[in-house]
Write a protein that binds this ligand. Structure first.
Ligand code: CP
Length: 302
Protein backbone atom coordinates (compact mmCIF):
# COMPACT_ATOMS: atom_id res chain seq x y z
CA UNK A 1 0.00 0.00 0.00
CA UNK A 2 3.04 2.30 0.29
CA UNK A 3 2.54 5.42 -1.84
CA UNK A 4 -0.83 4.18 -3.16
CA UNK A 5 -3.76 6.55 -3.52
CA UNK A 6 -7.17 5.49 -2.24
CA UNK A 7 -9.82 6.99 -4.52
CA UNK A 8 -12.28 4.13 -4.93
CA UNK A 9 -12.64 1.27 -2.44
CA UNK A 10 -11.64 -1.13 -5.23
CA UNK A 11 -8.22 0.53 -5.41
CA UNK A 12 -7.40 -1.71 -2.45
CA UNK A 13 -7.78 -5.47 -2.74
CA UNK A 14 -9.73 -7.46 -0.17
CA UNK A 15 -6.41 -8.43 1.43
CA UNK A 16 -5.24 -4.80 1.58
CA UNK A 17 -8.54 -3.74 3.15
CA UNK A 18 -8.18 -6.47 5.77
CA UNK A 19 -4.59 -5.37 6.43
CA UNK A 20 -5.84 -1.83 7.18
CA UNK A 21 -8.32 -3.28 9.69
CA UNK A 22 -5.61 -5.40 11.30
CA UNK A 23 -3.32 -2.37 11.74
CA UNK A 24 -6.29 -0.29 12.99
CA UNK A 25 -6.69 -2.83 15.78
CA UNK A 26 -3.07 -2.12 16.82
CA UNK A 27 -3.71 1.64 16.84
CA UNK A 28 -6.87 1.19 18.86
CA UNK A 29 -4.75 -0.46 21.58
CA UNK A 30 -2.01 2.18 21.32
CA UNK A 31 -3.30 5.36 19.56
CA UNK A 32 -0.53 7.77 20.62
CA UNK A 33 2.77 7.09 18.84
CA UNK A 34 5.40 9.39 17.40
CA UNK A 35 5.70 7.77 13.97
CA UNK A 36 4.61 10.64 11.67
CA UNK A 37 6.92 13.31 13.10
CA UNK A 38 8.65 13.76 9.72
CA UNK A 39 5.41 14.00 7.73
CA UNK A 40 3.00 16.75 6.67
CA UNK A 41 -0.55 15.78 5.71
CA UNK A 42 -2.66 18.22 3.68
CA UNK A 43 -6.36 18.26 4.56
CA UNK A 44 -8.31 19.87 1.72
CA UNK A 45 -12.04 20.09 2.38
CA UNK A 46 -14.01 21.80 -0.38
CA UNK A 47 -17.23 20.50 1.26
CA UNK A 48 -18.41 20.57 4.89
CA UNK A 49 -17.32 17.78 7.24
CA UNK A 50 -17.14 17.09 10.95
CA UNK A 51 -16.08 13.46 11.39
CA UNK A 52 -13.93 12.83 8.34
CA UNK A 53 -11.84 15.99 8.57
CA UNK A 54 -11.44 16.02 12.32
CA UNK A 55 -10.80 12.28 12.69
CA UNK A 56 -8.07 12.51 10.04
CA UNK A 57 -6.57 15.52 11.83
CA UNK A 58 -6.86 13.81 15.21
CA UNK A 59 -5.21 10.70 13.73
CA UNK A 60 -2.26 12.73 12.39
CA UNK A 61 -1.87 14.68 15.63
CA UNK A 62 -1.86 11.53 17.76
CA UNK A 63 0.88 10.10 15.55
CA UNK A 64 3.07 13.19 15.88
CA UNK A 65 2.57 14.52 12.34
CA UNK A 66 1.65 18.00 11.09
CA UNK A 67 -1.55 19.02 9.28
CA UNK A 68 -1.93 21.89 6.81
CA UNK A 69 -5.05 22.67 4.84
CA UNK A 70 -8.44 24.30 4.79
CA UNK A 71 -12.04 23.52 5.64
CA UNK A 72 -13.48 26.18 3.33
CA UNK A 73 -12.22 26.73 -0.19
CA UNK A 74 -13.61 30.28 -0.05
CA UNK A 75 -10.53 31.27 1.98
CA UNK A 76 -8.14 29.99 -0.68
CA UNK A 77 -7.08 31.06 -4.17
CA UNK A 78 -9.87 28.84 -5.55
CA UNK A 79 -11.97 31.93 -4.79
CA UNK A 80 -9.80 33.84 -7.30
CA UNK A 81 -10.46 31.22 -9.96
CA UNK A 82 -7.50 28.87 -9.40
CA UNK A 83 -8.11 25.42 -10.90
CA UNK A 84 -8.13 22.14 -8.97
CA UNK A 85 -5.12 21.09 -11.05
CA UNK A 86 -3.01 24.06 -9.94
CA UNK A 87 -4.21 23.71 -6.33
CA UNK A 88 -3.17 20.05 -6.18
CA UNK A 89 0.17 20.59 -7.97
CA UNK A 90 1.04 23.31 -5.45
CA UNK A 91 -0.08 21.53 -2.28
CA UNK A 92 1.58 18.26 -3.34
CA UNK A 93 4.88 20.15 -3.14
CA UNK A 94 4.09 21.21 0.45
CA UNK A 95 3.00 17.82 1.82
CA UNK A 96 3.56 14.05 1.85
CA UNK A 97 -0.08 13.01 1.52
CA UNK A 98 -3.29 14.79 0.52
CA UNK A 99 -6.71 14.04 2.00
CA UNK A 100 -9.37 15.70 -0.14
CA UNK A 101 -13.16 16.06 -0.06
CA UNK A 102 -14.68 17.72 -3.11
CA UNK A 103 -18.29 17.92 -4.36
CA UNK A 104 -17.34 16.93 -7.92
CA UNK A 105 -17.53 13.21 -8.77
CA UNK A 106 -14.24 12.08 -10.24
CA UNK A 107 -12.25 14.98 -8.73
CA UNK A 108 -10.25 12.66 -6.45
CA UNK A 109 -9.34 10.39 -9.38
CA UNK A 110 -8.24 13.45 -11.36
CA UNK A 111 -6.14 14.65 -8.40
CA UNK A 112 -4.50 11.22 -8.04
CA UNK A 113 -3.49 11.28 -11.71
CA UNK A 114 -1.62 14.60 -11.44
CA UNK A 115 -0.36 14.57 -7.85
CA UNK A 116 3.22 13.64 -6.92
CA UNK A 117 1.99 12.47 -3.48
CA UNK A 118 -0.79 9.95 -2.69
CA UNK A 119 -4.40 11.15 -2.60
CA UNK A 120 -6.98 9.86 -0.13
CA UNK A 121 -10.53 10.48 -1.28
CA UNK A 122 -12.53 11.81 1.68
CA UNK A 123 -15.72 11.89 -0.44
CA UNK A 124 -16.25 13.01 -4.04
CA UNK A 125 -19.83 14.12 -4.54
CA UNK A 126 -22.30 11.23 -4.63
CA UNK A 127 -19.65 8.83 -5.89
CA UNK A 128 -17.45 7.20 -3.21
CA UNK A 129 -16.24 7.58 0.39
CA UNK A 130 -13.70 4.77 0.73
CA UNK A 131 -12.22 5.68 4.13
CA UNK A 132 -15.73 5.65 5.60
CA UNK A 133 -16.04 2.15 4.16
CA UNK A 134 -12.88 0.99 5.89
CA UNK A 135 -14.17 2.24 9.23
CA UNK A 136 -17.57 0.70 8.50
CA UNK A 137 -15.90 -2.65 7.80
CA UNK A 138 -13.90 -2.28 11.02
CA UNK A 139 -17.10 -1.52 12.94
CA UNK A 140 -18.91 -4.49 11.41
CA UNK A 141 -15.98 -6.79 12.20
CA UNK A 142 -15.83 -5.57 15.80
CA UNK A 143 -19.55 -5.95 16.41
CA UNK A 144 -20.19 -9.15 14.44
CA UNK A 145 -16.88 -10.97 14.91
CA UNK A 146 -16.79 -11.61 11.15
CA UNK A 147 -17.35 -9.87 7.83
CA UNK A 148 -18.58 -13.02 6.10
CA UNK A 149 -22.12 -14.19 5.29
CA UNK A 150 -23.95 -11.29 6.97
CA UNK A 151 -27.36 -9.81 6.20
CA UNK A 152 -26.80 -6.06 5.85
CA UNK A 153 -29.75 -3.69 5.43
CA UNK A 154 -29.11 -0.26 3.92
CA UNK A 155 -31.82 2.33 4.58
CA UNK A 156 -32.29 5.83 3.18
CA UNK A 157 -30.76 7.64 0.24
CA UNK A 158 -29.18 4.79 -1.67
CA UNK A 159 -29.06 6.80 -4.90
CA UNK A 160 -26.82 9.67 -3.79
CA UNK A 161 -25.29 8.03 -0.70
CA UNK A 162 -21.57 7.70 -1.39
CA UNK A 163 -20.99 5.79 1.86
CA UNK A 164 -23.54 3.23 0.69
CA UNK A 165 -21.98 2.89 -2.77
CA UNK A 166 -18.49 2.21 -1.40
CA UNK A 167 -19.66 -0.14 1.36
CA UNK A 168 -21.88 -2.23 -0.94
CA UNK A 169 -18.94 -2.69 -3.32
CA UNK A 170 -16.62 -3.68 -0.45
CA UNK A 171 -19.12 -6.13 1.06
CA UNK A 172 -19.36 -7.95 -2.26
CA UNK A 173 -16.04 -9.53 -1.18
CA UNK A 174 -17.69 -11.10 1.87
CA UNK A 175 -20.72 -13.03 0.59
CA UNK A 176 -23.17 -10.47 1.98
CA UNK A 177 -26.93 -10.64 1.47
CA UNK A 178 -28.11 -7.10 0.75
CA UNK A 179 -31.44 -5.62 1.87
CA UNK A 180 -31.92 -2.28 0.13
CA UNK A 181 -34.58 -0.01 1.64
CA UNK A 182 -35.24 3.33 -0.03
CA UNK A 183 -37.95 5.51 -1.53
CA UNK A 184 -38.63 4.48 -5.14
CA UNK A 185 -36.89 7.63 -6.38
CA UNK A 186 -33.72 6.92 -4.35
CA UNK A 187 -32.90 3.31 -5.24
CA UNK A 188 -29.33 2.05 -5.41
CA UNK A 189 -27.91 2.91 -8.88
CA UNK A 190 -27.61 0.07 -11.41
CA UNK A 191 -23.85 0.70 -11.64
CA UNK A 192 -23.51 -0.33 -7.98
CA UNK A 193 -26.01 -3.23 -8.21
CA UNK A 194 -23.88 -4.54 -11.05
CA UNK A 195 -21.13 -5.37 -8.51
CA UNK A 196 -23.62 -7.49 -6.52
CA UNK A 197 -24.79 -9.29 -9.66
CA UNK A 198 -21.24 -9.96 -10.86
CA UNK A 199 -20.57 -11.87 -7.62
CA UNK A 200 -23.89 -13.78 -7.89
CA UNK A 201 -24.94 -12.36 -4.53
CA UNK A 202 -28.51 -11.73 -3.47
CA UNK A 203 -30.22 -8.39 -2.98
CA UNK A 204 -33.80 -7.52 -2.09
CA UNK A 205 -35.38 -4.09 -2.51
CA UNK A 206 -37.99 -2.58 -0.19
CA UNK A 207 -39.64 0.73 0.56
CA UNK A 208 -40.48 -0.12 4.21
CA UNK A 209 -37.79 -1.03 6.73
CA UNK A 210 -39.97 -2.80 9.30
CA UNK A 211 -39.93 -6.16 7.50
CA UNK A 212 -36.14 -6.05 7.16
CA UNK A 213 -35.16 -5.41 10.78
CA UNK A 214 -35.78 -8.96 12.15
CA UNK A 215 -33.57 -10.49 9.41
CA UNK A 216 -30.69 -8.02 9.63
CA UNK A 217 -27.34 -8.38 11.36
CA UNK A 218 -26.48 -4.77 10.56
CA UNK A 219 -28.91 -1.92 9.89
CA UNK A 220 -26.97 0.81 8.04
CA UNK A 221 -29.09 3.95 8.24
CA UNK A 222 -28.36 6.99 6.07
CA UNK A 223 -29.58 10.55 5.78
CA UNK A 224 -31.68 11.86 2.91
CA UNK A 225 -29.11 14.44 1.75
CA UNK A 226 -30.68 17.76 0.90
CA UNK A 227 -27.46 19.00 -0.74
CA UNK A 228 -27.51 16.28 -3.43
CA UNK A 229 -30.95 17.09 -4.91
CA UNK A 230 -31.11 19.34 -7.94
CA UNK A 231 -34.94 19.31 -7.63
CA UNK A 232 -36.02 20.71 -4.21
CA UNK A 233 -39.44 19.08 -4.63
CA UNK A 234 -37.82 15.66 -4.91
CA UNK A 235 -36.12 16.32 -1.57
CA UNK A 236 -39.39 17.49 0.01
CA UNK A 237 -41.18 14.33 -1.16
CA UNK A 238 -38.53 12.04 0.33
CA UNK A 239 -37.00 13.83 3.32
CA UNK A 240 -39.08 12.13 6.03
CA UNK A 241 -39.21 8.66 4.51
CA UNK A 242 -37.66 6.84 7.48
CA UNK A 243 -37.61 7.30 11.24
CA UNK A 244 -36.13 4.54 13.40
CA UNK A 245 -37.52 4.38 16.95
CA UNK A 246 -36.32 2.28 19.85
CA UNK A 247 -39.48 0.15 19.92
CA UNK A 248 -38.71 -0.93 16.33
CA UNK A 249 -35.50 -2.73 17.41
CA UNK A 250 -36.74 -4.79 20.34
CA UNK A 251 -37.26 -8.01 18.32
CA UNK A 252 -33.88 -8.30 16.63
CA UNK A 253 -31.05 -10.80 16.44
CA UNK A 254 -28.67 -10.84 19.42
CA UNK A 255 -25.81 -9.49 17.28
CA UNK A 256 -27.95 -6.79 15.60
CA UNK A 257 -26.39 -3.30 15.51
CA UNK A 258 -27.48 0.04 14.07
CA UNK A 259 -24.76 1.88 12.13
CA UNK A 260 -24.93 5.32 10.53
CA UNK A 261 -22.06 7.26 8.91
CA UNK A 262 -23.55 10.44 10.43
CA UNK A 263 -24.55 13.23 10.42
CA UNK A 264 -28.15 12.23 11.07
CA UNK A 265 -31.14 14.49 10.69
CA UNK A 266 -34.32 12.73 11.80
CA UNK A 267 -33.92 9.17 10.47
CA UNK A 268 -32.85 7.83 13.89
CA UNK A 269 -34.75 9.08 16.92
CA UNK A 270 -32.46 10.04 19.81
CA UNK A 271 -34.25 7.48 21.99
CA UNK A 272 -32.32 4.82 20.03
CA UNK A 273 -28.97 6.23 21.26
CA UNK A 274 -29.22 4.58 24.68
CA UNK A 275 -29.89 1.14 23.20
CA UNK A 276 -26.99 -1.31 23.34
CA UNK A 277 -27.80 -1.98 19.68
CA UNK A 278 -26.90 1.60 18.67
CA UNK A 279 -23.30 1.73 17.48
CA UNK A 280 -22.97 4.93 15.42
CA UNK A 281 -20.93 7.01 17.87
CA UNK A 282 -18.46 4.15 18.47
CA UNK A 283 -18.37 3.81 14.67
CA UNK A 284 -17.28 7.47 14.39
CA UNK A 285 -14.53 6.88 16.97
CA UNK A 286 -13.30 3.87 15.01
CA UNK A 287 -12.58 6.33 12.19
CA UNK A 288 -9.55 7.67 14.07
CA UNK A 289 -7.87 4.23 14.36
CA UNK A 290 -8.69 3.22 10.79
CA UNK A 291 -7.37 6.51 9.41
CA UNK A 292 -4.22 6.18 11.51
CA UNK A 293 -3.69 2.72 10.00
CA UNK A 294 -4.40 3.89 6.47
CA UNK A 295 -1.98 6.83 6.61
CA UNK A 296 0.74 4.79 8.34
CA UNK A 297 0.52 2.12 5.61
CA UNK A 298 0.47 4.62 2.73
CA UNK A 299 3.38 6.58 4.19
CA UNK A 300 5.30 3.35 4.74
CA UNK A 301 5.75 3.64 8.50
CA UNK A 302 3.79 0.39 9.06
N1 CP B 1 -19.43 10.31 7.79
C1 CP B 1 -19.01 11.49 7.30
O1 CP B 1 -18.47 11.60 6.20
O2 CP B 1 -19.26 12.55 8.14
P1 CP B 1 -18.78 14.04 7.87
O3 CP B 1 -19.56 14.56 6.68
O4 CP B 1 -19.12 14.78 9.14
O5 CP B 1 -17.32 14.02 7.58
Amino acid sequence: MKNKSLVSINDFTREEQLRVLEVAREFEKNPVQNILQDYVVASLFFEPSTRTRLSFESAVNRLGGKVIGFSEASNTSVKKGESLRDTILTIASYSDLIVMRNPVEGSARFASEISSVPIINAGDGANQHPTQTLLDLYSILKTQGTLDNLHVAFVGDLKYGRTVHSLVIALCNFNTTFHLVSPVELKLPSSVKMHIKERNLTYHQYTDMTEVIPQADVLYMTRIQRERFSDPLEYERNKNSFNLHRDMITETKENFRVLHPLPRVNEIDINVDASPKAYYFEQALNGVFVRQALMALILGVR
